[in-house]
Design a protein around this ligand. Sequence first.
Ligand code: COA
Ligand code: AMP
Length: 630
Amino acid sequence: MGTYNELYQQSISDPDSFWAKAAEDLHWYKKWNKVLDLDATPVPRWFEGAEINTCYNAVDRHVESGRGEQIALIYDSPITDQQRSISYNELQQQVASFAGVLKKHGANKGDRVIIYMPMIPEAAIAMLACARIGVIHSVVFGGFASNELATRIDDAKPDIIVSAYCGIEPGRVIEYKPLLDGAIEQASHKVSTCILKSRAQASCELIDGRDFDWDGEVAASEPADCVPVAATDPLYILYTSGTTGQPKGVIRDNGGHAVAMHWTMKNIYNVDAGDVYWAASDVGWVVGHSYIVYGPLLKGCTTIMYEGKPVGTPDPGAFWRVISEHGVKVLFTAPTAFRAIKKEDPDGEYLKKYDLSNMDALFLAGERCDPDTLFWARDKLQKPVIDHWWQTETGWAIAANPMGIEPMEIKPGSPTVSMPGYDVQVLSEEGEQMPAGDMGNIVIKLPMPPSCLPSLWGNDQRFIDAYLSKYQGYYLTGDAGFKDEDGYLWIMSRTDDVINVAGHRLSTGQMEEVLSGHADVAECAVIGVDDDLKGQLPLGLIVLKSGVEREEADIVKEVVQRVRDQIGPVAAFKIARIVKRLPKTRSGKLLRGTMVKIANGTEWKMPATIDDPAILDEISEALKALGYAK
Ligand code: COA
Ligand code: AMP
């Protein structure tokens, strides 16, 4: 197979051979004309001219090769006290039936369908059903409010939305129907059909002629077969936070994605067909797309859909129960989940109740993994704990420890080395290579490997402006960090207004837009401050319009509710304070970075360009009153 170094070098010097070999493991209706089309714009494309079907490769292929009886998906829901196992045979039948439903309602190749669902098997079935008939899905996380759903409806322009009666959070049922109705009403693009999966925890009134019951539709459905699509056709659009309120519609293509996903399962995670793989995330995030649905199923693994939390459902032993009960070989989650468990069970007492002997490794991603969390997890589990770094835009790890190729030394705080296909470099503002150990902007030299975004949905120019224009020939990751003498990457922070709250990517710029919409707010700043549990939390500093003399507590309550209503509970925006002025440069740019450092109590320097240094004292006082800036 070769060492990591050999494979990495080959992937950079001869990407065509490297990825053509990886592609051999999949089924193609038609092989490519070119493995890598360097002439494509705005970026090179993979497997040009080829035809494939992602659903066929993830489901039917395994049935045909004799894995039909194997469990494909385990639904484990401590929050509803239910479990269900679906074999590859059953998955094929259920996906084909739902694909038939979509077809009956007019969905054709290239059309978009939005999926707004909780963590139930039907979410994965709907995704695969879209893939089966060449329809592009766009999954919207259930923790987003109507307004966010409406923004995505207007951008993706779907005719059909697939949803459910409700999602369930600890202690409360989230009815989706009012959120769905609100979004449809708010959006300018008109959705003609909603298909809803009923759940025992909520009831809802279906609108005649627009809303259809999932079960009734499936019972009457004519199953639909897989159709060949171009490898370069989009499989899905996944919206992610950028710097403004308008999220970016990351496009994932069919061919490159399937090849990369399949390759990672063995080479990075060291799992084989038949192994049980569990990504404790949500289908609304990229981790859920790649490692709850597509990656494990393309490999022929058993995947787990877990509807619960790391703590409180019912206790901090929840993850250990799932691992021991289902024989999980690899668990993938965000460090925040482990911080939550550690907080409630610091000595790992709950671990002692379960047999984790089938487990090989824990993989963490989604946010920077602080060494303390890594040490705690390693000490308690007595298994390798692997940090790996990636983004919605790439769909798989840019840097990782390739456990299936060659386990490498673990340096806590570093996600290890660049994965094959990623020529990762660290550049200064001027575009010079930074010496080992020195911080800079982390970029990927084009071409990027298969699965990485070819553009943003309907907006090549935004793609170019946001990612490709800062350095010619390079993709800008938006992360800052450095490479050490051994070539290990260290990812330290974002260079934009994106923050990471409990592994969820959020835009402070977007929250500022929502705050600014409040009638009493003249201007505001939202910054990400350190948090022991969630990594970061958003904190708002608000300047009121002159003449407004209302109670601070009332205004704070209103802006908090506004963010909850307009972005969603997942924004976790709960802390705000009224200040007289905000610190800016002489050219009027908010000094967010300086405020973050003051809030976190880290060393900071007075910016040379500051307009009025005295404002920072006022900000410091305000932050102290909130328990920060210690
Ligand atoms: N639908 C509706 N609301 C949701 C939701 C969903 N799917 N997911 C989260 N929310 C709500 C939560 O209930 C919470 O509401 P509250 O303000 O009323 O308490 C709010 O959004 C914030 O959620 P979260 O930041 O997840 O905080 P939490 O306190 O509920 O849980 C953790 C904290 C650490 C336990 C949780 O974030 C977690 O398990 N994270 C780990 C892994 C993960 O999912 N990572 C994602 C990418 S890999
Ligand atoms: P998302 O697109 O939601 O997956 O978020 C991607 C961003 O999360 C990255 O650009 C990083 O800022 C951060 N991130 C993800 N994984 C890691 C990691 N292992 N180490 C440091 N930052 C990470």
